[in-house]
Design a protein around this ligand. Structure first.
Ligand code: CS2
Ligand code: MG
Length: 403
């Protein structure tokens, strides 16, 4: 028995908002969990502070599965992004504690390493195709073996994934949601040109990825997936909104471009049909939004039965605590595909010192006990929370659309 003595929620904003749970046990061991839900951060902070922490004190920190079931079944109101991000933070922190007590890096507790490192992909974006490809060349020169390409859409003032300033793309950028204008017709014209130019200039040895960010109808997505076939993408991501999992059947009927989905998924129920019907090739559910390592392993195990691999979300709104957990998880599962790796700000990396490192296209979690990440609480205090919303999308006729 290792009693949970205390737990607290730490809110900080070094470049962007993060919510972190810190659990401490009677012997002074502590564990960290990420609970950041972009644009809805305080909802999860309150769920933890007001509804979960009171139930944790005095429990045996080693009983990770029982505490997971207690928080999931005990909530009565199951699933959803807020609940599952809160449960995820507790789960990550308890696995961190268990590995520290065992004196092992977490991946060793999860069954050991199945590979040398986690293949990662970087983000290259630009207003024009030329700008995007020159960004891509920078990452290739750094040793990346996979790059996601996003470029501006002629005729639209802004689009997903293209940053105003080169260094950083942070979508939650305003005190109230920015309203962007979207046109799928204009988008469908430029993307095949982007990848034709990319193969021309970058060659065929680099893995190329693209994020459609949930904006097409099934037939529009089928058309794009077909148009992109000649350029052999690693994947086309979030081609359609995925509430209706059957949406992907039409894309499958028309194209062999690999499909990835799942960053907004919160439980195995959001992807069970997609995986069992083999409508996707990569599942992007993450440790922080899909109930922690305990639940994500279930999703990965189901996916393995159907030759679906993981491609976990790793944008900057997932903290270094999630990145560390994702790398331990990724190293230990047989059906790992790729890990997204968007660089955090220097301030973020200072607030969250961590042991993971990049080499030759791969990230490795490091070998220190636990997750191998910490939080500097004094420094965190220097970056107070700042309300920030994700944008919304309206079509050119003014109608609401998926962002
Ligand atoms: C994106 C994210 O990285 C991705 O694949 O879809 O940038 C996403 O827009 C943000 O995480 C939303 O908070
Ligand atoms: Mg995405």
């Amino acid at each position: 028995m290792l009693k949970i003595k205390s737990a607290r929620v730490i809110t900080t904003s070094p470049g962007r908002n993060f919510i972190t749970l810190k659990i401490e046990t009677e012997d002074g061991t502590f564990g960290l969990g990420d609970a950041t839900l972009n644009g809805r951060e305080l909802a999860v902070a309150s769920y933890l502070q007001d509804h979960i922490i009171p139930c944790l004190i005095g429990r045996d920190a080693h009983q990770i599965e029982d505490i997971w079931q207690y928080l999931y079944k005990g909530a009565y109101w199951r699933r959803g992004p807020v609940t599952m991000s809160a449960i995820a933070a507790v789960d990550m922190a308890l696995w961190d504690i268990k590995a520290k007590v065992a004196g092992l890096p977490l991946y060793q507790l999860l069954g050991g390493a199945c590979r040398e490192g986690n293949l990662v992909y970087a983000h290259a974006n630009g207003e024009s195709i030329e700008e995007t490809l020159s960004e891509a060349k920078k990452y290739i020169a750094l040793g990346y073996r996979a790059v996601r390409l996003q470029c501006g859409v002629p005729g639209l003032s802004s689009t997903y994934g293209v940053s105003k300033d080169k260094a950083r793309y942070e979508p939650a950028d305003a005190d109230l949601p920015t309203e962007n204008t979207w046109s799928t017709e204009k988008y469908l014209r430029i993307v095949p040109q982007l990848f034709a130019a990319a193969r021309e200039e970058l060659g065929w040895d680099i893995h190329l990825l693209h994020d459609a960010h949930h904006r097409m109808t099934p037939i529009e997505a089928a058309r794009l997936a077909k148009d992109l076939e000649p350029y052999r993408l690693f994947w086309l991501e979030d081609a359609v909104p995925a509430e209706n999992q059957a949406n992907f059947r039409l894309i499958r009927q028309h194209s062999t471009t690999p499909l990835a989905v799942g960053e907004v998924f919160n439980s195995i129920w959001d992807c069970k049909q997609l995986i069992e019907e083999q409508l996707i090739d990569y599942i992007r559910a993450t440790v922080v939004h899909a109930g922690g390592i305990t639940h994500l392993r279930r999703i990965a195990n189901l996916a393995a039965l159907y030759n679906v691999r993981t491609g976990c979300h790793g944008a900057t709104d997932l903290s270094p605590v999630t990145m560390a957990a994702a790398l331990h998880f990724g190293l230990s599962i047989p059906n790992f595909g790729i890990q997204e790796y968007m660089h955090h700000t220097d301030e973020t990396n200072a607030v969250f010192p961590h042991g993971y490192s990049f080499s030759d296209g791969y990230l490795h979690p490091g070998n220190s006990p636990g997750l191998g990440v910490d939080i500097d609480e004094d420094m965190a205090k220097e970056f107070p929370y700042k309300r920030a919303f994700l944008p919304v999308n309206r079509l050119e006729d003014g109608g609401m659309h998926d962002w």
